[in-house]
Design a protein around this ligand. Structure first.
Ligand SMILES: Cc1ncc(COP(=O)(O)O)c(C=O)c1O
Length: 374
């Protein structure tokens, strides 16, 4: 029998904890506590504690968090900032809107920034690197920090996809000067619209962004600098605080699903899989996404359409193009490894609404496509 497994089940993020979330929505609504009430600070404190970081600030979304971090680090006109082109355009647009130039570089076989390709892109104008901790995986942070130290570069992490992921037991998003997290609905901890956080150990960055995310105000009626409106909604802060308290259970489940996929697909030579949980002693992955590659690019759309005919939704990250491939952005670079990867990779369903039966069904359909036995 054909199952119906959408790529992402948006209503599940409400349904999973409906009773508790209804209670939060009613409470906030009845109190009219919509903007910058104590729930924002409570969530910030709990998030900072969860990540073992000094400070967290709720902001409108991760793109703003990255932009505000770059501005607070005085990055702007005339500067260059390096990022991996296998990322959401947001990483680059946060750089662009400061006035700095986004410089895309290759990703490696793990889909994360290829650290060995960074050095040749460094110029006298390079001020910072933004690695994207993609798919719930963390880069080799020792290596990345070595490059940053050697060239005196600021490290700002795009941790939109990696809340709770770790490298040597340290959380993604806590290695550099600051980082951004996203609470977009499909993220591991998602809210019911847009939401984000900036995390930092640096008091100066915290103090600056505390002002700039709220119109440059120290308090209502007291504008002390230029700012913008990028506040985390109070309702979302309350919902996120609740979801964060349950999040470790979701991580366990995501890692279980990844293990089932890896076990069920590992003998298929036509596919390249993400590393299974615990395969690298230094890394703890939280599997925001499960991004697979077909060896032959010509196979990808055929496989995706076979999965689709069998009720299984898949997607191409960023619509199937690396950032530098969007002509309208004017980034004229050639990154052959990334370009080839973008023709071969796609995402299988990965979220906590999936049952083991669902995951095994997806595995069976893929095995059937490649003519492997059950
Ligand atoms: C890698 C990456 N960076 C940045 C963002 C932007 O996050 P937001 O939508 O919260 O601005 C996303 C979210 O889609 C993302 O996946």
């Amino acid at each position: 029998m054909i199952k119906n497994i959408p790529f992402f089940n948006y209503s599940h993020i409400f349904g999973q904890y409906q009773i508790e979330i209804e209670r939060i929505i009613l409470d906030i609504s009845k109190r009219g506590a919509f903007i910058m009430q104590h729930e924002v600070k409570a969530f910030e404190d709990n998030l900072a504690k969860y990540l073992n970081s000094n400070y967290a600030l709720g902001v409108g979304n991760c793109t703003d968090a990255l932009f505000l971090a770059l501005k607070a680090a005085n990055i702007g006109n005339g500067d260059e900032v390096i990022f991996s082109s296998h990322t959401f355009v947001a990483t680059a647009s946060a750089i662009y809107h400061t006035g700095a130039k986004p410089i895309p570089v290759e990703c490696g076989t793990d889909h994360l920034i290829d650290i060995s390709s960074i050095e040749s892109s460094i110029t006298s104008k390079t001020k910072a690197i933004i690695p994207t901790q993609l798919n719930g995986q963390v880069c080799n942070m020792d290596e990345l920090q070595r490059v940053c130290n050697k060239y005196n570069l600021i490290l700002i992490e795009d941790a939109a996809q990696s809340l709770g992921a770790k490298y040597k037991n340290k959380s993604a998003g806590t290695f550099g000067l600051a980082s951004g997290y996203s609470f977009y609905p499909a993220k591991v901890v998602g809210c019911f619209g847009d939401g984000g956080a900036l995390v930092t150990n640096d008091e100066d960055i915290y103090n600056k962004v505390f002002l700039t995310r709220d119109h440059g105000r120290a308090k209502i009626g007291e504008v002390v600098t230029w700012g913008m409106n990028s506040r985390l909604d109070n309702m979302h802060a309350a919902i996120l605080d609740f979801k964060l308290s349950k999040y470790d259970l979701d991580i366990v489940r995501r890692r279980e699903i990844a293990s089932i996929y890896n076990e069920g697909l590992k003998d298929i030579k036509e596919l390249i899989l993400p590393s299974p949980p615990n395969s690298n002693q230094y890394k703890f992955e939280i599997y925001q996404n499960y991004e697979v590659e077909v060896v032959k690019a010509s196979e990808r759309e055929l496989l995706r359409s076979f999965l689709n005919q069998n009720g299984i939704g898949t997607i191409l990250q960023w619509g199937g193009k690396a950032v530098h491939e969007f002509e309208g952005l004017g980034l004229k670079y050639s990154l052959p490894f990334t370009e080839d990867l973008m023709r071969r990779c796609f995402l299988l369903p990965m979220n906590t609404s999936l049952t083991n039966d669902d995951v095994n069904y997806i595995i069976d359909i893929i095995r059937k496509y490649f003519n492997y036995g059950h």
